[in-house]
Design a protein around this ligand. Structure first.
Ligand code: NAD
Length: 424
């Protein structure tokens, strides 16, 4: 499957246009204050930097690095760092705005930020990645801060990169600042449960939605697109709940088995196979495009943005979509899902488990006292239930979709924050 850029081929909208399209619809439904809408339609700060990095071949390559701060109304900005070839101004603007809404939906004392580097991390050596990450951190050392802007992993980055960010930041500041970044390795102040948190959030949202639909986990099937951090943990946790996973896929291969895929076997396979699914023998290989429209009850897009276009939406067979990825559905496809009565738990709720446990990591760093994985998971599940219920309530009250219910939930909180703080 081609890698959709920030704009889907069928869409007239850029990614940030898609954010504004949803913001404007929600604003109209809930009668949002016009000034608040104006404030949230732009970003507080955007930074673009050039990062000269010595490559292994002895030549310098200059990478583009970005950081966008959408809002700090409810607290310091929070958001991941993405390494991908698609990274650009528009993408980080969209992702940072979604972080503002996501943190508000999840009831966290944060605003929204996002950053990234335009690069192909799979084509770089560990040494090149480390030098690039340190150069990026140095460029962002006045942007990042424990109480200012707190990055975390996103697509193409993991605890390893967060450890480099922390180390470089500490060296520049001359002190230990573990709370400046979340998603760190446990040995450096990371939180137990953070690695699987986004997948866990997807799993509990699936269970909450199935319950509202009157369906039992052991009576449904699911397809999961993406087998990285979010997709692999979501697939494993759904599998552990008795849901039959009929399709999985990553950028190397896609598989279908109507009898169910042994997810533990798939995880063992990827652990031995450079983290990719190519060559897995526990199911039949299918075309990547077929995963989204395959026969299943629950669809979890957990890889890329803009994959559920208007056209794909007309062909989806699932009754429930739970968005593990950020922005997997184009704004134009929203109405198709509503008209076809497909329940969609939107990204700003469904994948908020990651930032929720990032918040717990930050709290633990501030206290210098650490919780067990059971405590973290229990706190996560309680928080997610409250978030799901608020979104469900607003969707019912305003007679709208869960996506709009989530935007309304977020906008009510941010609107209250803006009014309390006031303007110039
Ligand atoms: P990751 O880099 O760990 O994994 C990405 C996965 O997507 C990999 O399995 C990759 O093979 C797959 N993929 C890439 N191109 C593909 C293609 N063309 N077709 C099918 N699969 C493809 O990234 P991640 O952290 O799992 O993030 C995935 C999504 O979830 C992103 O949208 C990210 O913004 C979002 N998200 C991540 C977190 C987090 O905590 N990591 C939190 C919230 C949201």
């Amino acid at each position: 499957m081609a890698n959709p850029a920030t704009k889907s081929p069928e869409s007239h909208l850029s990614m940030f246009d898609s954010v504004l399209a949803r913001l404007n619809v929600a604003a109209k439904i809930m009668n949002l204050d016009k000034n608040v809408q104006t404030i949230l339609s732009s970003h507080q700060k955007k930074v673009k930097v050039s990062l000269p990095v010595m490559m292994d071949n002895g030549k310098v390559q200059v990478f583009e690095g970005y950081r966008s701060i959408h809002s700090t109304i409810l607290g310091p900005s929070k958001g991941g760092i993405r390494y991908a070839l698609d990274v650009c101004d528009d993408e980080v603007m969209a992702l940072s705005a979604w972080m503002s809404f996501k943190c508000a939906v999840a009831n966290l004392p944060y605003g929204g930020g996002k950053g990234g580097i335009k690069c192909d991390p799979r084509a770089m050596s560990v040494g090149e990645l480390e030098r690039m990450t340190r150069a990026y951190t140095k460029s962002m050392s006045d942007i990042f801060g424990v109480n200012k802007d707190i990055p975390a992993p996103d697509m193409g980055t993991s605890g390893r990169e967060m450890a480099w960010v922390l180390d470089e930041f500490n060296k520049i500041k001359g002190e230990d600042c573990p709370g400046v970044v979340t998603g760190k390795p446990i040995g450096l102040g990371g939180s137990l449960g953070r690695d699987s948190a986004t997948g866990r959030g997807v799993m509990v949202n699936v269970l909450f939605a199935l319950d509202r639909m009157g369906l039992k986990p052991n009576a449904v099937t699911a397809a999961v697109q993406g087998f990285g951090n979010v997709g692999s943990h979501a697939a494993r946790l759904l599998f552990e709940q008795g849901i039959k996973i009929v399709a999985i896929g990553d950028h190397t291969a896609t598989f279908y088995n109507d009898k169910g895929i042994d997810i533990k076997a798939a995880l063992d396979f990827t652990a031995q196979n450079n983290k990719v699914l190519k060559g897995f023998t526990g199911a039949t290989e299918i075309n990547a495009d077929e995963l989204l429209t395959c026969k299943c009850d629950v669809l979890v897009p957990a890889a890329l943005q803009n994959v559920i276009t208007e056209e794909i939406a007309t062909k989806i067979q699932a009754k429930l979509i739970v968005e593990g990825a950020n922005g997997p559905t184009t704004a134009e496809a929203d109405h198709v899902l509503v008209e076809r009565n497909i329940l969609c738990v939107p990204d700003i709720l469904a994948n908020s488990g990651g930032v929720t446990v990032s918040y717990f990591e930050w709290v633990q760093n501030k206290m210098g006292y650490y919780w067990s994985e059971e405590e973290v998971n229990a706190k996560h599940d309680i928080n997610m239930k409250l978030a799901f219920e608020s979104v469900w309530h607003n969707a019912q009250e305003f007679k709208t979709s869960m996506r709009m219910g989530a935007y309304i939930t977020a906008l009510k909180k941010i609107e209250a924050g803006i009014k309390l703080k006031g303007n110039y």
